[in-house]
Design a protein around this ligand. Structure first.
Ligand SMILES: [Zn+2]
Length: 372
């Protein structure tokens, strides 16, 4: 674990360089205004030659088809294990992750998680840390904390356990101290707490799953409770190397997201809310473009793809390729896109340098910060 101590936090590096460098254009007035460097851009053709990373994948099968598809498209990825009560159980997800990572160490890494079943046991934190250490010994590189904390788990008094609960602090302290990256899926899209007619994209889903539609369950924590608990957790653990899954559950407002990125320098978010990003782009292309440029060190590409057993691996490959390529086209070109029920927009056409960070470098830095 000691090697990580010598590594300077990646997100602090540009600031210290700017302050210390004697040739910084900010300090050197004799140099005159810096020459405007022409931006360069990728094209659709560059897709297969540029190295890319998808930070949010769920491998629910030991089949190699997805990994092979990723290799073909020049993608490496992070497989995320989580503590969900449906589908492939957590222990099996982890077995799949260990096996796939052993078979394809150059193609992927995995994030482990911890069960909350023993929450009320006195030695919960101790046992959880021991379990995490075991996962790191088996190759895990990061940890996922899931929305069951905040939306399902209750203490012995029936009160919901939120992510800033002091009983989680020893575990988060351990991750913080050892620079072990944490991914947090805290809360849900804000839609979940709105009436169906006010939702942006989720009315179909929540309309048919009223049990998960929080607007109908005011006895559950509110949307603000979820965001506040996550913010409070980051306040308590300022050096935690954190990625907020799904744009940190602030998908509906770039302004609200920007506030958190400004407040918490070790927070990043994944982009696995593409329809929302496209809606922001449709509503205000320039603002969305500028947001991506301003926060280029804090945004990490990810899709939240569930990879299930595939009978037809060629169809899987085609499907994966089309989704990834469409996102690439959105970020690198200004080609037209259509957002059903909303209208037409054009791609963000981000400069190469920004694309390289969002698609690869930021995730690599974040993973490299870890001691495992
Ligand atoms: Zn996910």
């Amino acid at each position: 674990m000691n090697k990580a101590i010598a590594i300077i936090s990646a997100s602090l590096l540009p600031i210290s360089l700017l302050v210390l460098s004697p040739v910084s254009p900010v300090l050197d007035r004799s140099a005159g205004p810096p020459a405007k460097v022409a931006e360069s851009y990728y094209t659709v053709k560059d897709y297969s030659t540029v190295k890319k990373f998808d930070i949010h994948i769920h491998l629910n099968t030991a089949q190699p088809a997805f990994v092979k598809a990723a290799e073909k498209d020049n993608f490496t990825f992070l497989d995320i294990v989580d503590d969900r009560p449906f589908g492939v159980p957590r222990v099996e997800q982890e077995e799949i992750a260990v096996l796939q990572t052993r078979n394809f160490p150059k193609q992927m890494a995995f994030a482990t998680t911890f069960p909350v079943a023993g929450w009320n046991d006195r030695d919960f934190a101790e046992k959880t840390i021991a379990g995490l250490k075991q996962s790191f010994a088996n190759g895990a590189k990061a940890v996922k904390i899931w929305k069951n904390i905040g939306m399902d788990l209750r203490d012995t008094n029936g009160k919901f356990v939120m992510v800033d609960d002091p009983r989680l602090d020893p575990i988060l302290d351990y991750l913080e101290k050892n620079k072990i990256p944490l991914i947090g899926h805290n809360g849900e899209p804000r839609d979940c707490w709105l009436p169906l007619e006010k939702m942006t994209f989720s009315a179909g889903y929540y309309g048919s799953h009223p049990e998960y539609h929080m607007y109908l369950h005011p006895e559950y924590p509110s949307y603000d409770d979820q965001v506040n608990a996550r913010d409070n957790m980051l306040k308590k653990h300022p050096r935690l190397q954190f990625v907020g899954a799904h744009m940190g559950s602030l998908e509906w407002s770039l302004d609200e997201l920007a506030k958190r990125l400004d407040l918490y320098p070790n927070m990043r978010v994944d982009l696995s809310r593409m329809p929302f990003i496209q809606l922001h782009t449709l509503q205000n292309w320039q603002k969305t473009h500028d947001f991506f440029v301003k926060y280029q060190d804090r945004l990490v590409y990810g899709t939240d793809r569930q990879v299930n057993v595939a009978k037809d691996s060629a169809a899987l490959e085609k499907n994966v390729h089309e989704e990834w390529l469409s996102d690439w086209k959105f970020f690198v070109t200004d080609d037209p896109f259509s957002l059903p029920a909303y209208g037409n927009l054009k791609g963000l056409k981000l400069p190469k340098e920004v694309v390289d960070k969002i698609y690869y470098k930021n995730a690599q830095k974040w993973l490299a910060a870890g001691a495992v």
